[in-house]
Design a protein. Sequence first.
Length: 201
Amino acid sequence: MISMFRKFFRNDDGSAAIEYVALLLPLIALVFTSLQIALAYHFALTAQKAVELGARIAAVRDAVHEGLPATNQLDQSSGLSAGAPCGFGACLDAGGPWTCSGATVTTDPNCDTQKFNEIRDEVARLAYLLDDDDLSITYSYGLLGFADGPLVPIVEVAIVERPFFLQFFFNLAFGGDDDDVEVTLPAVAATAIAEDLSSTN
């Protein structure tokens, strides 16, 4: 009887098949999770390139927000004259920031929907699965330009943090039914100096 048990425990027939089955599911989860991480990284990188393109385009087009002042006003108390650099304190603070986003562009009377959509369409060519509400274009005063000269804003094009569309294998690898993992793509933004803020360029 003892020899029969010894023979049974020493028998390694079929051990490779058992090891294969034991390792197959974790290996599949690891491979597909790695694939999803690579895909999420690719989505994040393309979104960054998209906002960089959007900022360059917004810097040379007419402003999406119509509330921007046309010129830098001379600060009379500075003792400087027209033509002095704003960076030397010659200009009054122009205010701002002035923001148009996909969520507000149709309701804010200062936001030009057509101009916003033109930039959004260019950004959406690169950024995958971009919703209108995910994009914002912001102009801010940055002490650039000269007193009584044209306003030179800093334009920022940004995409907010948004959920990644593939979640299944992340949940399989890192969570369960009761502990789902929410994978999001990071928020990205790019800025440009809008020295040529005009559609005639």
